[in-house]
Ligand binder design. Structure first.
Ligand SMILES: Cc1cc2nc3c(=O)[nH]c(=O)nc-3n(C[C@H](O)[C@H](O)[C@H](O)COP(=O)(O)O)c2cc1C
Ligand code: SF4
Length: 349
């Protein structure tokens, strides 16, 4: 039986355990140009120091005009490589696999960043802003942005990248029928945009480079998400990370009975894992180490990620071993870490 402490062989990496630090943007840490700051370095040192086997650095933007916030971490230019390499080093110093999430906001670009959001199809968003359907040239350029970002990540010393294909951002917008109404091949096969990006990164970065993808387990529904997961595996993805897609509610075809160990989002990851041969990370509301341990010990998922749980107390693994209780996240209505980490009641650097 595997436990949270069991090693996992991910390609050439012996991942030391099954706990993952998922991507967590901290907009308060970068300046308006998106460079890595001293605060970032201390922050990732603390998180990786908790001992998780994989640490995924926060959503880093592949194009300056596609940022979610003016102070989002950047990976759109070689000038970012020296700062990013410090993050990769600090994570490696704790013997964790270092991945970085690469991201394009699409129609959710910040108003101060661009007043012409791009999306798969013309769409008016709730705020009344209109996004323009991408031309074939813009699609090709954006794919190039992802490939170049992955090459920069490799140059900075990361072991791989995670494509941000969930939470309503650009890749997710291509996957969702709500936002992808294209009549060309990217509409007929909604996975194509992501599949092509995976293939391009594999060709550019080589076989040893880890390619992960974080996708919704609920969009268009569970069956559709399973199809996407299989397409990503066939395209060369090495690891899946299951969160929510364009929609944020439970799909009708997901069978889930409320229980103390995990919610329906984790359940979607557990079910998707049964249909692929690559490892799956599950995430969402895993707030206690006991929940993570249960999921792995029952053989439900290969890896478990915890965001807010590890933000407030990164020392889960040591505390399990010493039989100590962890500090629990208060579940604030809006997590302070997005904008002002120091407003978290349990803030420590
Ligand atoms: C402050 C904050 C920043 C986040 N940033 C990202 C991000 O950069 N990329 C991403 O895919 N998800 C991001 N998320 C979502 C988390 O990775 C995670 O999926 C979510 O918080 C649910 O997990 P939890 O209940 O363990 O916190 C963020 C969440 C929080 C609270
Ligand atoms: S700010 Fe609140 S929700 Fe966010 S990690 Fe801290 S306690 Fe949890």
């Amino acid at each position: 039986m595997a436990t949270l402490f069991t090693q996992y062989q991910l390609k050439q990496y012996a991942v030391k355990n099954r706990l993952v630090v998922p991507p967590i943007v901290c907009f308060g840490y970068a300046d308006k140009d998106g460079y890595v700051s001293e605060k970032h370095i201390r922050h990732y040192d603390r998180l990786a120091g908790g001992g998780a086997g994989i640490v995924i650095v926060e959503a880093s933007c592949v194009n300056k005009d596609a940022r979610l916030s003016e102070n989002q971490l950047g990976i759109w230019d070689n000038a970012y490589i020296p700062g990013l390499s410090k993050l990769a080093s600090v994570i490696h110093a704790h013997n964790a696999v270092a991945l970085i999430q690469i991201h394009h906001a699409g129609l959710r670009v910040d108003q101060n960043v661009s007043d012409t959001p791009l999306a798969p199809s013309d769409i008016t968003v709730n705020s009344g802003r209109r996004a323009k359907a991408m031309t074939k040239e813009q699609i090709a350029e954006t794919m190039e942005d992802f490939t170049r970002a992955a090459l920069r990540a490799r140059e900075a010393g990361f072991d791989g990248v995670e494509l941000h294909a969930c939470h309503q951002y650009l890749i997710c917008q291509f996957l969702s029928p709500v936002t992808n109404k294209r009549r060309d091949e990217y509409g007929a096969d909604k996975a194509k945009f992501a599949v092509d990006i995976i293939g391009n990164i594999r060709r550019a970065c080589g076989n040893e480079f880890v390619i992960g993808i974080r996708m919704g387990g609920n969009d268009p529904d569970l069956k559709g998400a399973i199809g996407y997961a299989q397409a990503f595996e066939a395209a060369g993805a090495d690891i899946l990370h299951i969160s929510t897609g364009y929609k944020d509610y439970k799909p009708p075809d997901l069978d889930y009975t409320e229980n103390e160990h995990y919610n329906w989002i984790v359940r979607s990851g557990i079910l998707i894992e049964r249909y692929v041969h690559i490892p799956v990370i599950v995430v969402n509301c895993v707030r206690k180490p006991e929940q993570a341990a249960y999921i792995v010990e029952e053989g439900l998922a290969d890896f478990v990620a915890a965001a807010k749980g590890l933000l407030v107390d990164e020392a889960w693994l040591a505390k399990i071993q010493n039989n100590e209780s962890v500090i629990l996240c208060d579940g604030c209505r809006r997590c302070g870490w997005f904008i002002k980490p120091e407003t978290c009641p349990h803030y420590r650097v």
